[in-house]
Write a new protein. Structure first.
Length: 240
């Protein structure tokens, strides 16, 4: 499983005599979380000077919430909406930064992210792409490799050394190699959606607890936020 927030063990034990997870319920919870994220993003977009000094505590708070949710899924109905607002505030600031550099890039990134979402959903529903064991292994290994590369890049940058050309915008903008690597990362992020769809569908089939609708919506949002950020990076490199 590529998305570490969606664990196979979560979907293995059905719940009896209780409200259970459904596809429609998960969709409704996803809409709520995305509305909250959009509200947070709009506020930081329109008030960047107020949010910018708070970026570090918001980042740390969002990370803490994600860690708690990954271990305490029963808290997802209460914590996932808070996380969505925090994520929106952060995305708003990041979007403002890219928009100042390349006017119009945010709209393009949002549209491309939505197009990828619906294309992946269509590919999944028509069985063009299925989350087979081999598919999962490839996506999982690729995702962890990307995460490891970003971690190494961050650590090297923290010590003032030059980071990897294919990850650091300051070195890879306008580079054909950087564009290709960024496109590959976008593709891997997109393929994560197939595994997310599969796990959500199986969760509904197995009758897992109702709170998993919130948790699954939160996990899917994490994948889509990653896809949006990578799309922003890819488009910014093509601009140069």
């Amino acid at each position: 499983m590529s998305n570490p927030l969606l664990k196979n063990s979560v979907f293995q034990t059905p719940v009896r005599n209780a409200e259970v997870m459904t596809i429609s319920g998960t969709i409704n919870k996803s809409i709520i979380l995305w509305v909250l994220l959009a509200v947070g993003a709009f506020y930081s977009w329109t008030h960047p000077s107020l949010i910018m000094p708070l970026m570090l505590p918001i980042l740390l708070g969002g990370f803490a919430l994600a860690v708690i949710l990954s271990f305490k899924m029963k808290l997802s109905p209460f914590l996932s909406p808070i996380y969505a607002v925090c994520e929106g505030l952060i995305l708003g600031i990041i979007s403002v930064y890219f928009e100042k550099l390349y006017p119009g890039i945010v709209v393009n990134a949002v549209l491309l992210t939505m197009c990828v979402l619906f294309c992946m959903l269509a590919a999944y529903k028509t069985n063009m792409l299925r989350a087979t064991p081999m598919f999962k292994k490839i996506v999982i290994l690729s995702t962890f490799a990307i995460a490891f590369a970003y971690l190494i890049d961050l650590l090297i940058g923290a010590f003032g050394a030059r980071s990897f050309n294919f990850l650091s915008d300051s070195f890879s903008l306008g580079s054909s190699g950087g564009i290709i690597i960024s496109l590959i990362i976008v593709v891997i992020a997109s393929l994560n959606l197939i595994i997310d769809f599969d796990l959500i569908e199986r969760g509904a089939q197995y009758g897992v607890p109702k709170y998993m609708e919130w948790y699954s919506s939160f996990a899917l949002m994490v994948t889509l936020v990653w896809l949006y950020l990578e799309t922003l990076r890819f488009l910014s490199k093509t601009k140069n």
